[in-house]
Design a protein around this ligand. Structure first.
Ligand code: NAD
Ligand code: MG
Length: 382
């Protein structure tokens, strides 16, 4: 019964996380049934009752018909453009084809671009919205846990270039974000695991209460319990909104948006090793990266051993990727460090790491001795 009451409550009373920036404010609405009632949410917000919907093949099959029906009910004239699933759709060539198709269909300055899908669709559609006719209204409807807690908040949009991920893009804020808990019901567990890693990360950076909440409720989140998912999304969005409001364009000298990269230097190196080919999801790499960042913090004397143990225990208890023993074969520390050195977070020739003093107390340092990083990687199984 409690589950049914929670579900009804989330349907009737979505929660809202406001994002207030220098020149723009919008809401992230979190609850059940938002896709089904999207027309009612969007009709008052769209400057014109016309929209272009960008989604991927998987999401189109699962959620597009309900979504289009709801737009139609409120008189919003919408046309859907479906791209292939996967990171490959964040390419310059896919972008070129998509904007040509959209322009051929007809597009006015007041026509809204709606991204319905995970982070790939969000980043692609956001960049399309930012650049078509020099910028048209944009709405995000994130359908993965990762996109609900991370990529849909903060206004980063982008594409991959041959020399690296997310190297082409813009800061472009949506009019509204609708994070529908019902969408997550169709999400494979592996994708929930990947999104959950970014939630744990949020707690570790600056929200000890969120981390404790994760210790108590993480298993329910991974099992897809709707009430636990809604609460996790609310807490993680509130955290990210706070960070973004303080440092909209990642210009803070230190400890602003850069803190969101906790675990990510390691994660990006691991992803590069697997050539971004789907064997290792970003969130899985982040999960391992969090443990390594904690070990590095301990090795450098910033945090006590218990901190590393507590994080490792939490991840392993849930069966999350933790440590390099996750992989079948040992990786090379030298190779991973090589990838880190090529990461775009490199500044003036120094690698910047996000480290922990405690749960909820992260800081950045560009003064890390790479020999210690090698040591940590070796101890973790390299
Ligand atoms: P994704 O968009 O590829 O989605 C993962 C998979 O889930 C895909 O196969 C997709 O088709 C499927 N899917 C989506 N919604 C579903 C649903 N409701 N039910 C079943 N399947 C569903 O990947 P992602 O993990 O959501 O996002 C990763 C992308 O986000 C990367 O490109 C990354 O660079 C980007 N990202 C951007 C930011 C930002 O700030 N802009 C932050 C983090 C990540
Ligand atoms: Mg990330």
């Amino acid at each position: 019964t409690q589950r049914i009451i929670d579900a009804l409550d989330s349907y009737a009373h979505p929660v809202t996380v406001p994002v207030t920036l220098d020149h723009h404010r919008y809401d992230v609405v979190i609850g059940a049934g938002l896709i089904e009632r999207a027309g009612a949410w969007l009709a008052p917000i769209l400057p014109q009752k016309r929209a272009v919907v960008i989604t991927d093949e998987t999401v189109a099959a699962l959620h597009l018909p309900r979504f289009m029906a709801s737009l139609e009910e409120t008189g919003i004239d919408a046309r859907a453009f479906v791209v292939p699933v996967g990171e490959g759709s964040k390419s310059l060539s896919r972008y070129a084809r998509l904007v040509d198709d959209i322009l051929a269909h007809g597009m006015e300055r007041k026509t809204t671009v709606i991204g319905l899908g995970g982070g790939v669709v969000g980043d692609l559609s956001g960049f399309v919205a930012s650049s078509l006719l020099r910028g048209v209204p944009f709405v995000q409807i994130p359908t993965t846990l990762l996109s609900q807690v991370d990529s849909s908040v903060g206004g980063k949009t982008g594409l991959n270039a041959s020399s690296g991920k997310n190297l082409v893009g813009a800061f472009y804020q949506p009019r509204i974000v609708l994070a529908d808990g019902d969408a997550l019901a169709t999400l494979p567990r592996r994708q929930r695991v990947a999104g959950y890693a970014e939630i744990v990360k949020a707690g570790l950076i600056a929200d000890p209460e969120l981390f404790s909440w994760c210790e108590a409720n993480g298993a329910r989140v991974l099992d897809g319990d709707p009430a636990a998912l809604t609460e996790a999304v609310r807490r993680a969005c509130a955290f990210k909104a706070r960070v973004v409001m303080e440092d909209e364009r990642e210009t803070a000298a230190r400890d602003g948006r850069a803190l969101l990269n906790l675990g990510h230097s390691f994660a990006h190196a691991l992803e590069a090793h697997f050539n971004y080919d789907g064997r290792l999801l970003h969130g899985e790499a982040v999960s391992i990266g969090l443990g390594l960042a904690a070990s590095l913090s301990v090795a450098l004397g910033h945090a006590r051993q218990e901190l590393g143990d507590r994080i490792d225990r939490h991840l392993r208890m849930l069966g999350m990727p933790a440590g390099l023993d996750w992989f079948d074969a040992p990786l090379s520390a030298r190779e991973l460090i090589g990838y880190m050195a090529r990461d775009k977070k490199m500044q003036d020739g120094r690698l910047s790491f996000v480290l922990l003093r405690d749960i909820g107390a992260a800081f950045t340092s560009n003064d890390v001795d790479m020999d210690r990083v090698t040591e940590v990687l070796r101890r973790a199984g390299c």
